[in-house]
Structures are given as C-alpha cells and as structure tokens.
Write a protein that binds this ligand. Structure first.
Ligand code: GLY
Length: 565
C-alpha cells in the first residue's frame, strides 16, 4: 500500500469514527427513560402528581385529571379551570377518540360584538378584560373523562391539587418574571390588586387557599361545584362587574363533545390528531400529505430545501385554515377533500424550487404583531398501554387577566380565537372568515394539536405543544425529527424551529436557528423574520423506544419536566 492510500484510508477511518462519535454523543442526549409509565408536563409538581396516581394503580385518564388540576395551581399562566382544552386518547387495544371541552361563546355574544360603529375592530376587547371570556369547559371535560374512563375516585384525584394550593407553590425564575411582566395588566383589568400582582421572586411560595376552597366545592358537588352555586356566582359577579356578558345560564348550559379524531397515514405511520373546532388535525394532515411525495428525509435537517418544502406546504394549509375551518356544529367542513392527495397535489402545482410562492398569490391579507401566547400541553402513557395527549389553554398568558378573586383563578380570553371581522388578524396574526365568525354557543377555531402516532399497530409517540398559531408547525417538526431524522425525543423537542402561516408572508425563526440558510432563502424570495421572536412552541412528548421503554422529551424552553417509573 502506498503512502497516499494509507493517508486516504486513515482519513476515511477518522471521518467515519468522528461521525460515529457525533452520532453517539447525539444519542446520549436522551430524555428521562422509564419502563412503565410517564407524564411530561410544564411543571415538575404536576408531572409528579400525575405519576403518583399511576403508581397507585390509576390509568392515564386518572393521571390526566390529577395533572390538569395540579397545573391549574402550579402553572396559572395556562393551567386552568377558567379555560378549555382538547384531549386525544389511544387505548391499549388501539381504540382512539377525542374530547372537545373548548370554551363556547356566551349566549348573548354577537357576530359584530368587537366592531365599532365604523366597522373597525375594537381589538383589545377580544383580548383582555371581561368581554374576551368564553364559557369555560375544563371542569366539564375532566368530569366527562373521569365518568368514561376513570378508575380512581374523583376525590382522590382532586385532593393533590387542593393540598398544593393550600401548601403553596415555590415559583421559578421564569414564573417570577412572567408575573412581573403582567402586573400592570392584572391591575388595569381587575381594577384592584390580585393575588399574583406582587413583587414575586424565584423561590417565593404562593399559597392560594381560595382556589383550594373552589376545588373543595368541586370535590363535593362534582361539576356543579363549578357551573352552579358559589363558584358560578363568583364568576358571574366578577365578569358582569367588569362589563362582561357571561350569565349563570351560560355556565349551566356548557357541554362537552366527543369527536371523531382526524386519522391519516403518513408513510407507514398512523397519525391521530384533533378534529375541528381545532384546525390542528386537518392542517397537520394537509402539510404532511403535501410533503409525503417529496421524501423529505433526503434533505438535510433544517437545510434550505427542507425549510422551503415545509414552508410552502404550511403556506397553503394556513390559507385553507383561514377560509374553511370553524366549529363543525355550525359550519360544514370539507375535511375529506381538504386532506385528499389529489387536492393537495393540485395545491402544490404552483410550487417552484427556484422561487418562493407569494402568499398574496394564494389569497389576500395583512398582519398585526404577535403577542404572548400561552397554552399548555402534557403527554401521558400508563403501564396498561393507554395514552393521552392533552392541550389546554386560557389562550393568552393568564387569559383575559380577569381573576375571580373569591375563587382564586383566571378566566380565558378565548373569544379572540374567533374571527371578529373577516380578513382582520387576531392576536396570532391569523386571518379568519365567515366559518369562524362569532355566534352564540359556538366554539372558536383553535390550533391546539394534541397528537398520537402509531407505527405497525403499536404506540409510537404522544405529543403536542402550546404556541397559538405555531402549535401546528411545532408538532409537525417534532414528527419529522423523529420519523425522518432519527433524533431522540429530547433532541427533537430541543431543536430550533421555524414557522410560516401564510399571512404574514414571512418565515419566523427561533433566535437559536442557524442563520446560514437565511441568505439562500432570501435569494429565492423568502422573507425572514427573526426579529423580536422568542420561542416557537414548547413540546412535551413521549416516545416509545424499540424495546418498549418510554423516553420523555421535556422542552428546555420552559420549566417542563418528565417523570416516570
Ligand atoms: N388559544 C390558542 C388556540 O386554541 O389555538
């Protein structure tokens, strides 16, 4: 062998070894591994409480009730009883379903309630204050789930949250910062000081005995402990004193809906996600089915071509979202056509690798800026093989900021998820049309995308995210990370992300995203927005490893935590 050959072989060996080392070191970045069961949520206390229930023999649904109420106490920015949510489940035998406990518009809500006489949107009324509140659904949702699937008494599931509220939560740096950011609006909206409106520091303990009492009433009277009696009085008095329109009749009439999930195949995987009134399942199906023929795995992760393909699929899907989607109890949604391969390939006819499609060529619109968006997602797998994927929300951070003082909790500002006026963007910059206009008892369109993936008939992954309009694209990128790029669950949730939603016609990148692709994308006509944009989504997910163990991915963008056994 001559010198050159030896050098060449040594070089190749070195390259292979270093590649292997990189791959090995990537592999080391695993999240928590557990043999039996796992909860991944926005706060350690909530994950622990949910896990404890499963250690006592409870199933994923029992754990869901306990985790959800723990989040209400320990994560008041989004954990709630004053908001609503969606749950997608898959039982050990493969049966799946979805529960919609989304907020509903009050009975006296009207289509033009946020318009001034000249027809302009009075933008703040749908975002903050008493008029922004939809009729909450969370307690009705949790009781419905417990009735259908619960195995542990509801009293036992509520008690840990009561204890937490009485004993207090120790707040983190991020929480202290967030309380302080919202102090002014708490005071302005409530016209007085509320529990959270103080100079909190990391490590301080916040007790909420009035919330503990609310939970006691719910424990004693069931869902009536929220929708009737004292708690209902507290809500209605507070809301009406601040000029809102929610009545006791609204609360008494709130109902949940079991829905058929959106189920579709992506390559050999079965994706189960939330149907309308969430746009999540349909948009995920549209985007994944649009890119499926392109075999995206051939492109380097987060490279120019990877981004182009996803952005063009997202652009087309969000344009459809804005026109076709709304509450299925009020509008006919052509779901099958929207996710058919024939339709989606037609939509991509205008796609060109050499030039960005213009959103204005798909349809028209304009943009307002992004605001803080807070929702929360948790994923649970139990030792019986059941899984639940839950996204729940007050909409914005602390919702409407209206705090039911006597009950110790915040109320949502979900009315902003309606389209107040066709063509006028909401706080996420999302444009809506008639399908998502306001009507009494109607549910506002959502982007929440609790999702479960099955491969070869076996559970593969449970995931979801907060993030308003960026929820769908966050979930999408995590699916691709796992299915095509061989990442661990922890690596996947930690990866930098990007987002496009048709309008505004720009790609948002997280600050940590490698800027090397910006120049080449700009050359093709893509507009880049990495200004002033913090994080995109916050994914809490569980991956089933080939040996059947579970890996938790807790998003490092927050205080999120996986707990398992
Ligand atoms: N409130 C955010 C969403 O439902 O999409």
């Amino acid at each position: 062998m001559n010198k050159i050959s030896i050098l060449l072989i040594t070089g190749i060996l070195l390259l292979c070894c270093s590649k292997k080392t990189i791959q090995n070191s990537r592999k080391k970045n695993r999240g928590l591994i557990a043999e039996n069961a796992m909860v991944v949520s926005a706060k350690e206390e909530a994950s622990k409480i949910g896990l404890d229930i499963m250690k006592q023999g409870g199933n994923a649904f029992d754990a869901m009730v306990a985790t959800d109420l723990a989040l209400l106490v320990t994560y008041p920015v989004a954990g709630n009883i004053g908001g609503g949510g969606f749950m997608v489940f898959r039982l050990a035998d493969g049966t799946s379903g979805a529960l919609d406990y989304r907020e509903m518009a009050p009975i006296s809500a009207t289509k033009n309630m946020y318009l001034e006489q000249e027809g302009k949107v009075v933008s703040d009324n749908s975002k903050t204050g008493a008029l922004a509140i939809g009729v909450p659904g969370t307690i009705a949702g949790l009781f419905e789930i417990h009735k259908k699937f619960g195995t542990i008494s509801i009293e036992k599931l509520i008690q840990p949250a009561i204890n937490l509220a009485n004993n207090g939560i120790v707040i983190t740096e991020a929480q202290a910062k967030r309380f302080s950011q919202h102090k002014v609006s708490f005071r302005k909206v409530n016209q007085k000081r509320i529990l959270y409106d103080q100079q909190w520091r990391a490590g301080d303990t916040i007790r909420n005995p009035l919330l503990a009492k609310t939970l006691e009433r719910i424990k004693t009277h069931g869902r009536d402990g929220f929708y009737k009696g004292k708690t209902a009085d507290f809500i209605v008095n507070k809301v009406q004193n601040l000029g809102g329109i929610i009545t006791k009749e609204d609360l008494e009439n709130y109902n949940v809906k079991w829905r058929e999930p959106i189920i579709f195949n992506y390559n050999s995987h079965k994706i189960i996600s939330m149907p309308p009134p969430s746009s999540g399942g349909i948009c995920l199906a549209q985007i994944l089915k649009t890119i499926e023929p392109f075999n995206i795995g051939q492109y380097k992760h987060n490279s120019k071509k990877y981004i182009q393909l996803i952005v063009e699929a997202e652009r087309r899907s969000y344009a459809d979202r804005s026109y076709f989607l709304g509450d299925p109890d009020f509008v006919d949604i052509p779901t099958e056509s929207l996710i058919s391969t024939k339709y989606l390939s037609q939509r991509m006819k205008s796609f060109n690798w050499n030039k960005a499609t213009k959103s204005s060529d798909l349809t028209r619109g304009s943009l307002l800026g992004f605001e803080s968006d807070e929702t929360t997602h948790y994923s649970i797998v139990d030792h019986y093989g059941n899984s639940v994927s839950v996204t729940t929300t007050l909409n914005g951070a602390y919702g409407s900021k209206v705090f039911v003082d006597k009950g110790g909790f915040f109320l949502n500002n979900e009315m902003d998820d309606f389209s107040s006026k066709p063509g006028t963007p909401n706080m996420f910059g999302l444009i809506g049309a008639e399908a998502n206009s306001i009507a009494p008892k109607k549910r506002m369109l959502s982007s929440m995308s609790p999702t479960i993936i099955e491969t070869n008939g076996q559970l593969k992954m449970v995931l979801g995210s907060p993030g308003g309009s960026t929820i769908i694209t966050t979930v999408l990128q995590n699916i691709l990370n796992i299915l095509h790029y061989n990442m661990t669950m922890q690596e996947s949730v930690s990866e930098p992300r990007f987002h496009h939603q048709w309008l505004p016609d720009n790609i948002k990148f997280e600050p940590s995203f490698d800027t090397v692709v910006f120049g080449p994308l700009k050359k093709l006509g893509y507009k880049i927005d990495n200004s002033n944009f913090q994080v995109i989504g916050k994914t809490d997910a569980i991956l089933v490893l080939p040996d059947g163990r579970l890996e938790g991915g807790a998003d490092p963008r927050g205080d999120d935590k996986a707990e398992g056994f």
